[in-house]
Design a binder for this molecule. Sequence first.
Ligand code: RIB
Ligand code: CA
Length: 318
Amino acid sequence: MVAPMAPRKIIIDTDPGQDDAVAILLALAAPEDLDVLGITAVAGNVPLALTQKNVRIICELAGRTDIPVYAGADAPLRHKLVTAEHVHGKTGLDGPRLPDPQMPLADGHAVDFIIETLTAQPAGTVTLVPLGPLTNIATAFEKAPHITGKVAEIVLMGGAYFEVGNITPTAEFNIYVDPEAAEIVFKSGVPLTVMPLDVTHKALTTRPRVEAFRNLGNQSGRMVAEWTDFFERFDKEKYGSAGAPLHDPCTIAYLLDPDLFKGRHINVEIETQSQLTRGMTVADWWRVTDRPANATFMGDVDADGFFRLLTQRIARLP
Ligand code: RIB
Ligand code: CA
């Protein structure tokens, strides 16, 4: 009998955001697969004061007040913060009404938690899962360069190639908000798996998929459905699509079942100089340069399998 694999240690860095919330619920519903060492909040969809509060709301919803939640960067490295209330609403978690969190923030800054955890844990055992602008991750790498050699893998949601931009004609939001941070991460040499809009736009919350969450009969399923009811209006109007892309949960689903996704190991660099194309992920998908491959850039997902996994796991929550 083969001994079950030990759960994979991860740190989630996030800017909730309804899709971040679904990703966090998915991770917390799989303790036998994922050991969430902590969750670090970053400014992004909404300001830090709200993202750090939203993370705690989500942990309480999942019945996981044991998870340490840290507040991190309240602004990008070089630019003024750009937020996305037009997509996520004023609170960042618009849709269902949720009570303020009771659980406290953990003491200390998110960046120091990332550095201390990676320093203490054996090399190659901790995976970083950024779901928002990469400010916390880049700051940690700059403050303690030795930790880049300790990270097992970074599995992030961000960027776009064939889908091009969602916040400007050429840039995806997470990368656009802090392109200098993204450049540090993409040049860090840490193994990178990237979930760009190219793949997340194939994971759409169609009505049957949303109703499957609502019909689970638990509070978490109802919350996921009501967050989606709110969150999807923007993308359906903009793209005329059959639902909203569930961006961030693609990272956690990849950790749980990598065979759901297909992509290429290619070179991806970040535009930081041009005002016009700031934050563009220049993905050498056709390998027309000799720039070294630094990222597995996903382009396809088994959407039915993705939603089956999501629904099965959310069913386990309160
Ligand atoms: O562009 C989509 C990304 O930006 C998602 O992570 C969403 O939550 C926002 O942060
Ligand atoms: Ca996000």
